[in-house]
Design a binder for this molecule. Structure first.
Ligand SMILES: [Zn+2]
Length: 96
């Protein structure tokens, strides 16, 4: 009877991550990409459309390894944050 290692937060809270992203107005693209970090076909892309004068935000998050990237704004002024703390951004506290 071994002790089960705790799941990483993006897996343990996978449903909550999706719900919170939707609550914030993000729309999930219907394509999944290969994660540049772990090489698994598990990277989801979420987009938030900004209003006028407000930049949107795009987030790529791997549901396998948890690696996330985020872009703010649009066009040449896009600002990349990598790695991006998706769990912190959504206010999901890791257990423990
Ligand atoms: Zn990955």
């Amino acid at each position: 009877m071994g002790k089960k290692p705790p799941l990483p937060p993006w897996l343990e809270h996978a449903a909550l991550v999706k719900k919170k992203m939707k609550d914030r107005g993000f729309k999930m693209a219907d394509r999944v990409q290969i994660c540049t970090h772990c090489g698994e076909y598990a990277e989801e892309t979420w987009s938030l459309k900004g209003g006028q004068g407000l930049g949107g935000r795009d987030i790529c998050a791997c549901m396998n390894c948890g690696w996330a990237r985020s872009w703010r704004g649009q066009g040449a002024a896009r600002l990349l944050e990598e790695p991006f703390d998706l769990i912190g951004f959504l206010g999901i506290a890791p257990r423990g």
